[in-house]
Design a protein around this ligand. Sequence first.
Ligand code: SF4
Ligand code: SF4
Length: 469
Amino acid sequence: MSDAEPPDGADAGSPGTDAGGEFDPVEPDTGEEFEPVDVFPDSGDFDLRPGADSCYKCSTCDTSCPVAEVDDDFPGPKFQGPEQWRLKRTDDDHEVDDSVMDCSNCMRCDNACPSGVPLSQMHNTARGQYVDDRMSTLSVEYWRNRILANYRTSAWFASKAPRVANVAMNFGPARWVMEKAMGITSEREFPAFATETFTEWWARRGGAAASREHAREARERRSEPADADKRVAYFHGCYAEYNTPEVGKALVRVYEHFGYEVVVPDQGCSGTPMFANGMLEDARRHAEVNVPSLSALAEEGCDAIASCTSCSMALRQEYPELFDIEGIDDVAAHTFESVEYLRIHEDLVSEVREAEVGDDLAAEFAYHAPCHARNQGLDRQAVELFRDLEGAAIEDVGESCSGISGTYGWKDEKYETSMAIGEEMFEHMHDADGETGMTECPTCAMQMEHGTGYEVRHPLELLEAALVD
Ligand code: SF4
Ligand code: SF4
């Protein structure tokens, strides 16, 4: 049959073919107007019951779950997600199983599902329902989880007297009491609070006005137009603010090196630890600060960048999945991870290839890609970027989960599971050359330090050492 010939039983240009003879499916003419069947008449954007039907029980999600791999009692993501939501479909009052609190919210299952089942949205929603309906607000577990989830509040208090907090939080008897009274493991050392927060440094340096001037000078040096519209909003999150301001400072200096003015908008926590603990109302309160602030800047053409991959993940995916706040889709569409953004908009690879690092930073790094970086397709970017950097070597320590998953590994009853999950990563770090780790996630960094004793750096710190004078 020639290309011009219609398929059997059809004329060229008749219903079922286009003029070129290609098959063009059309609705059958039944003589009646087509009315789709509304399977779930009450379902809206946030109703997850229809999503359960996309699951065809292949169990790929279960095989990707790091908790299920080490904990035989954990039923896995297929049960937590589509199976529970199917039960909810037949019984609106079906109670969420308490095992949902054993999910670490690593979101690996979300990435693994070939059928697009909204697993993490199902888990987050189910956890929120479990906390609302089944967890007593008088229980120690509730308050322990709430304190861990609202790390920003504790860190804010600690930042008022960081030296005292650093001694007090790691005082042996105090850790013992926290474990016995609150269920916060005494196995881990609390991360040190910085003596100057990122935003204190930012204000002392002159804020956005100083950044504008640094960016203008850099554009002049780079022979770029002085009026180029290069401005980004930095979402520093809680950890770069209170614990590792050096990461925030590195971001500012690297972006200014590329001629970007950095602005630091009003912001709260991204909500990541709150989602993981089912504290959705706390997360919403913070989202109601972040969304208006970032969407107003997005409207002016100013994208948001985050140095923590869990923060960028929350703003991009969890926000629109869980909340209906004006501007939330704009924020999701205009948020990027910090290195990712430079890879998109600048010739970062060429600049790094021509740079070199001196002796002030370690030469060999064992790199771990956080699960939330993996979900955003960013798991290879640091290794690819630094592969040709003179004076540094970077080795990927594999695909395993670090096991800490934010607040999960801080819970006394989860500590052993967390360390069992991390074991593979620890082994690969020990096998790698060098004794410095690298990752984008602050809690993965805690686990890497805890399991190996290595110091851990952020890719932005290596970029700063390579590119900024
Ligand atoms: S991977 Fe997706 S389709 Fe397969 S069992 Fe899990 S939820 Fe269902
Ligand atoms: S989010 Fe992680 S821990 Fe939770 S069910 Fe999915 S893979 Fe397992």
